[in-house]
Design a protein around this ligand. Structure first.
Ligand SMILES: Cc1cc2nc3c(=O)[nH]c(=O)nc-3n(C[C@H](O)[C@H](O)[C@H](O)COP(=O)(O)OP(=O)(O)OC[C@H]3O[C@@H](n4cnc5c(N)ncnc54)[C@H](O)[C@@H]3O)c2cc1C
Length: 383
């Protein structure tokens, strides 16, 4: 057992922390207020290699293990989970699926520009009637000559309206259930493909969209992986997304703790800094205790995944605990800042909004509890 970060991990941790403070923080409030994506951040992050941390080097990534990638994702999320989702998240979800399932030609076409920040690729599984239950998707794809004809709707898709390409999970044969599912790449601008941005509680400096496909035609060769393996291939990407979101939860919580320590020392009431009141110290001590415990759970899940070992229940615990931690800590941090904490002059308000979102994507807290229950009890309580 070794609890020390390696020299390389410390180097990437410090690089990501510096990047977040110097390149994300100064303009973050403007982008949050305008509800706009900062493409400069995506480009600059890509120039350091941080976007494709876990993608193999031969396809333009850094080829780092999941533990080191997790450390990077955590640092970036300390400043903005949403900007991290918008820049790195696409490599995490779509990038992982492509690395795992795409043909060599597709990998070469998509992954290097993705890692260079020159292309945005979304992944669309969830639909109006199919959220936690991905097996219920209704979007269909029918082969007509050399083209797939796609019909259906997708909901709450990260970077959905700014994406150059969307990987769409579709049903090719309803009678086959999950065995009929496939992933098809659809280019922006394809006739019959539309997108509409959705206003969310958080995620303001990002882009979440509803997508529509109406007799949308994609070339036959845009199939990613095999027909019948669409769900499994998507779940490989979702596994990495869960780790990314868990890292983000720890990052947001740490960002709130740092802000709370600074504010508690500066803010004076009853003639003293509020940091000198025992109840305020208890709040800060609890934040620290929970963050450090849950950070190790996230690193543990990352390490198991890096080593190719079974990690489902450890990762579910990490995703559940880290995102609920972020909600709890950011809530307390807002209260510790008083009314000022409810304004966007302090980072805790933005983390509070973003943290709620993080408990939902990549599987809700309830789904992760049920996944752990299923593994321990060998009973599926989800259906
Ligand atoms: C910020 C954000 C980004 C997203 N990005 C993407 C994306 O890029 N691509 C994509 O495909 N999707 C994306 N999503 C969608 C996300 O994956 C879904 O929201 C999530 O899977 C939950 O589905 P749902 O919202 O339909 O909730 P539902 O599945 O309808 O769940 C509603 C409630 O019921 C509970 N519930 C459901 N089933 C059970 C059960 N069996 N037992 C107990 N409780 C249950 C849930 O835990 C939840 O509390 C994103 C969502 C958010 C918030």
């Amino acid at each position: 057992m070794n609890f020390e970060l390696s020299e390389e991990q410390i180097m990437f941790r410090d690089m990501a922390r510096r990047f977040a403070k110097q390149e994300m923080l100064p303009t973050l409030k403007d982008y949050e207020r305008q509800r706009k994506v900062n493409y400069d951040v995506i480009k600059k992050m890509a120039s350091l290699g941080l976007i494709g941390a876990h993608i193999p080097q031969e396809y333009g990534g850094l080829g780092l293990d999941y533990t080191t990638s997790t450390i990077i994702w955590e640092q970036l999320s300390q400043v903005s989970w949403t900007q991290t989702l918008t820049s790195v998240g696409q490599c995490v979800l779509a990038g992982t699926i492509l690395t795992y399932a795409a043909s060599e030609e597709q990998k070469k076409r998509y992954l290097p520009p993705l890692c260079r920040g020159e292309m945005i690729i979304a992944m669309a599984a969830v639909e109006p009637n199919a959220g936690s239950d991905a097996t219920a998707i209704e979007a269909s794809a029918v082969l007509d000559g050399d083209e797939w004809v796609i019909n259906g709707n997708k909901n709450f898709i990260s970077h959905g309206s700014i994406a150059d390409v969307v990987l769409v999970l579709v049903q090719t044969d309803k009678a086959k259930g999950a065995k009929g599912m496939a992933v098809i790449a659809v280019d922006k601008g394809t006739p019959g493909f539309s997108s509409r941005e959705v206003e969310m509680l958080g995620g303001r400096a990002g882009d979440i969209a509803s997508l529509g496909f109406s007799d949308c035609r994609a070339p036959k060769e845009n199939l990613v992986g095999e027909v019948g393996r669409g769900l499994q291939n998507s779940l490989v990407g979702i596994d990495t997304a869960r780790l990314f979101i868990a890292a983000g939860g720890v990052g947001m919580a740490q960002g709130c703790l740092d802000a709370s320590i600074k504010y508690a020392k500066e803010r004076r009431q009853f003639g003293k800094p509020i940091a000198s009141f025992q109840l305020v110290q208890e709040t800060i001590a609890r934040m620290q205790a929970e963050i450090s415990a849950i950070r190790w759970q996230v690193y543990y899940a990352a390490e198991l995944k890096s080593q190719g070992k079974p990690h489902a229940k450890e990762l579910s615990a990490a995703k559940w605990l880290a995102t609920e931690l972020a909600v709890r800590v950011s809530n307390e941090a807002v209260r510790l800042h008083g009314a000022y904490g409810c304004t966007d002059d302090f980072p805790v308000e933005q983390h509070y909004r973003d943290s709620v979102l993080s408990t939902i994507l990549g599987g809700t807290t309830e789904m992760h509890k049920l996944l752990i229950g299923r593994e321990l009890l060998d009973i599926n309580a989800m259906v």
